[in-house]
Design a protein around this ligand. Structure first.
Ligand SMILES: CC(C)(COP(=O)(O)OP(=O)(O)OC[C@H]1O[C@@H](n2cnc3c(N)ncnc32)[C@H](O)[C@@H]1OP(=O)(O)O)[C@@H](O)C(=O)NCCC(=O)NCCS
Length: 213
């Protein structure tokens, strides 16, 4: 039987445990540097060690439950480098079009929606009520906060962060490692490594424009 390990024992990790319980999946524990992260939550499983020290067993699958795209990227690559296999969690209340492609390690949270012919790159997290429009291309490690919306034919680069209620209008492109502030409306191309805010979203390059190898 598949046993899930959740990397990250913060708030998102506890949410992901709940989703796994909804789906009657077996979670064997959390991997986190903070051994005491789950004290006082009364959960049936706790932190069993760190990712760096974990030796993956046959049948174990991993979910990276962290909300920062660059941290997600680092941890997921570490899992793969250590021989771990990522699990794709799609909550039963989410809608995923039958012809959408959702790659390994994605988390599709309750009431999220992934539209027709879209492609969601590996290790992407799509939080509650967020949506990916038809034909959208979503780069790996990207994080959709609750209620964020990417319309049809949008392209997001790798490791993009969308704040809650952010929207990207049809066909627009957001460069890799960019952050879209909560509530912003992107109606123009966002350059790689930018932080943009407001409606229409404006900003400038603030972050790395290339990701480490
Ligand atoms: C994208 C984000 C994380 C960037 O955070 P940050 O790097 O700390 O940047 P700041 O919040 O300091 O904002 C940078 C600038 O954008 C402005 N800004 C931030 N959010 C804004 C918004 N929603 N609308 C308009 N302007 C905004 C700030 O006022 C600041 O302007 P200044 O440089 O003139 O002072 C943050 O703006 C954001 O959206 N946070 C919400 C995240 C969220 O939705 N989380 C849900 C998790 S489940």
């Amino acid at each position: 039987m598949t046993e899930l390990l959740i990397v990250g024992a913060g708030g998102f990790g506890r949410e992901v445990l709940t989703y796994a319980q909804d789906m009657e999946l077996k979670v064997s524990g959390f991997l986190d540097e903070n051994a005491g992260a789950l004290q006082n939550f009364g959960l049936p499983v706790g932190v069993i060690g760190t990712l760096s020290e974990h030796r993956f067993a046959e049948g174990e699958r991993v979910i990276v439950a962290v909300g920062d795209p660059l941290v997600r990227r680092k941890l997921a690559r570490q899992v793969v480098a250590q021989g771990g296999q990522l699990f794709t969690l799609i909550h039963p209340t989410a809608y995923v079009a039958r012809n959408a492609l959702v790659e390994a390690g994605c988390i599709i949270c309750p009431f999220a929606m992934v539209g027709a012919h879209s492609h969601v790159g590996w290790n992407t997290a799509i939080n509650t009520y967020a949506s990916v429009g038809h034909d959208a291309r979503i780069g790996a490690h990207t994080v959709f906060s609750p209620y964020s919306v990417v319309n049809g034919h949008v392209t997001l680069g790798e490791a993009v962060f969308l704040g809650t209620h952010a929207s990207v209008t049809p066909g627009k492109t957001v460069g890799l490692n960019s952050k879209i502030s909560a509530g912003s409306v992107v109606s123009r191309t966002v350059e790689v490594g930018s932080l943009v805010s407001g409606n229409p979203a404006k900003g400038r390059v603030m972050f790395a424009t290339q990701l480490d190898e």
